[in-house]
Design a protein around this ligand. Structure first.
Ligand code: 13P
Length: 312
């Protein structure tokens, strides 16, 4: 690649030429968020992907998000900047053991977090994100017990909120899993006015100290509208980019990992694979492109459509 190339300008040119829309998750680098046509949480990004009239969707997030876009918008070219941008939750839940888990609980409804592969979606009854999980679980028939996969912390949080009995898959996010209760309590002592906003992928030991628990979009809205100056943010810290833009006078402190861990430890290593250069190349080459075999797509679409209906 020509080192003198102005990447933002080149991406903007390709965006016009290819009639592309650039979607970015809040965990992307600030420069990628600023370039995107839309920045959002998993649910809003899915809705945008389903509704777009663009010919190409450039999905700046992790692979399963691009896969959801392709399942919902099969006629579009869906590209991701880096084919290796995976997800620890997706990794924790493979089709064979998940099918066995389902077979062991044949009378249960399988409620599955969107952070999983198309294969797992195809084996599920309904998909949820952290912003609609409570509403969707509350809409399920009371006589049906629930299987929840793959995030056990989100599952436990929703079980507590709804009072529903749930059998949890033992998965977790490598980032949220590592926020330290001990260090958080120490940080709160140093910042007694700070309110804590946490993502439900955090363990209960962290959530118990939170003033607000919600999806990335929920957390962002909470810190903007709440009349307070200081917030501790217990999720991937790149979301602070949007917080600083929306509420420039406020202070946002990333929640800590265990003592001695580096300041950038909470950066998601999968989200961090995406760069402006890779976005440019993905648009120029129309790849890496997401492809989902049609029979699998149809099966994975059903529980995703159910999610969109139930969270409308
Ligand atoms: P939300 O943006 O839906 O809160 O999800 C966060 C996440 O886990 C992304 O992988």
């Amino acid at each position: 690649l020509d080192p003198t190339l102005d990447l933002v300008e080149a991406i903007n040119r390709l965006r016009r030429e290819k009639n592309a829309v650039i979607l970015a998750h809040y965990y992307q680098e600030g420069e990628i968020q600023d370039l995107a046509d839309f920045v959002g949480d998993s649910l809003d990004l899915s809705r945008k992907a389903a509704a777009t009239t663009a010919d190409m969707i450039v999905f700046c997030g992790v692979r399963f998000m691009g896969e959801v876009a392709k399942i919902l918008s099969p006629s579009k070219i869906v590209v991701i900047p880096d084919a290796e941008a995976g997800c620890s939750l997706e990794e924790s839940c493979r089709p064979e053991p998940f099918a066995a888990f389902r077979a062991k609980h044949p009378d249960h409804v399988a409620v599955t977090y969107i952070n999983c592969s198309a294969d797992i979606k195809a084996l599920s009854d309904v998909i949820v994100t952290s912003s609609n999980a409570e509403v969707i679980v509350n809409s399920l028939p009371l006589d049906k017990p629930i299987l929840f996969a793959p995030d056990r912390h989100l599952g436990a949080f929703i079980a507590k909120k709804t009072g529903r009995e749930m059998t949890l898959w033992p998965g977790s996010c490598i980032i949220h899993e590592q926020f330290s209760e001990k260090e958080l309590v120490k940080l709160k002592t140093r910042h007694p006015q700070a309110l804590v906003a946490a993502h439900p992928e955090c363990p209960e030991t962290v959530l118990r100290h939170a003033d607000y628990i919600g999806s990335t979009k929920g957390i962002l809205e909470y810190v903007v509208k709440t009349d307070n100056q200081e917030f501790i943010i217990a999720t991937e810290p790149h979301i602070i980019h949007q917080m600083t833009k929306a509420a420039p006078g406020k202070t946002f402190i990333p929640a800590p990992f265990a003592e001695g861990e580096c300041a950038s430890c909470a950066d998601c290593p999968f989200m961090a694979k995406n760069t402006l250069e890779k976005i440019y190349l993905a648009m120029a080459n129309a790849g890496p492109a997401i492809e989902v075999p049609e029979d699998l797509r149809i099966k994975a679409l059903k529980p995703l459509e159910r999610m969109l209906e139930l969270s409308a």
